[in-house]
Design a protein around this ligand. Sequence first.
Ligand code: SAH
Ligand code: SF4
Length: 404
Amino acid sequence: MQTVSAALMPIPGHIDPVPVPRKPDAAARPDGRVDLVGLSKEQLRAALLDAGMEPKQAKLRAKQIWHWIYNRGAVEFSAMTDIAKAQHGWLAERFVVGRPEVVEAQVSSDGTRKWLLRSADAQDYEMVFIPDADRGTLCVSSQVGCTLNCRFCHTGTMRLVRNLSASEIVGQVMLARDSLGEWPSQPEGRMLTNIVMMGMGEPLYNFEQVRDALHVVMDGDGLALSKRRITLSTSGVVPMMARAGEEIGVNLAVSLHAVTKEIRDEIVPLNRKYGIEELLQACADYPGANNARRITFEYVMLRDKNDSDEDARELVRLIRQYKLPAKVNLIPFNPWPGAPYECSTPERVRRFSEIIFEAGISAPVRTPRGRDIDAACGQLKTAAERKSRAELDRQAEEKLAALA
Ligand code: SAH
Ligand code: SF4
């Protein structure tokens, strides 16, 4: 097992991209084999070439293996019947078709499923599946923990942070398909129809791996999820938003949560770096946003903090000012032990929603799902070590003092 170095520590209150370790390199698997999941078609072919396969063979085999991995869900080379038997052993010595290790799997009374997963270097992260009448949404993690420390978010209190690799991100989707029994891939009647990058972590602080993973997930010869059915949620990493639109092109959700500098600075510390105006301008410029593909503004309802009539009216004003094709998702705050906030009252949430609706903007209230298994997105709880809020605040103050 790898030892955990000080470099893995996030700095509480830190708002710059922290150079968190990327992945245990593919080659760094304890057994030295390379995981093929999450590689692009080109990378898969290159991996076979690097291992010494002859170029023409590598081209053919890469195509076949890709098909077995993403259309059939095969995890053993011995199952790949159109590949010469004699080659199965050679492949298995050098490669694996991996899955994250499942530490725990839970099913809620409402059908929501939650998995606690473990990486090869023993770090835990979570994934949630939310079935609805007409769709099934998988909530995928992009990092172990998060460096951003939003005050209402449980993930932000986790001590360890590491970027997940493309392999680990695609691995979550593969595992969900395994457990839903969705192999071979079918274009119709799937349970897993949508993906939201709303699990642990800030996806735009792990841009390349998230982008590469989503390209694999969207590939028409494989999992073939349409970009219209994938949503990336960011707390507002402004400099990466245009690239996300251009290079990934999925739907955008923005965790706005407040309409004044004072309150957003407090609850989403990244606001001190990229303010509301800058953020909304980046939304207005987001490639691909239009009335048919609206930007979702997520707004967590915190009692007496961001939930007044005035806040709702200011939200409407801002959306109009920036001419945003927008919808608002009101999220009842999901409390966790030691959280410094409470959820707004149901009447408050209803009134807030009405004000926005009356202005002609859709503002549904997200129904909490999987509460009995603590499965709400963004509230993913793991066995990983955590610091108390007081401790995080103290360190944030020290950090700020050091900067002054
Ligand atoms: N880091 C990204 C994506 C993960 S968080 C982001 O912040 O957008 C996914 C969503 O869950 C965000 O809108 C987040 O604000 C919300 N969330 C986090 N903690 C929550 C809580 N305790 N209750 C309700 N929503 C929460
Ligand atoms: Fe990170 Fe998102 Fe949680 Fe903020 S809300 S701490 S950005 S996971």
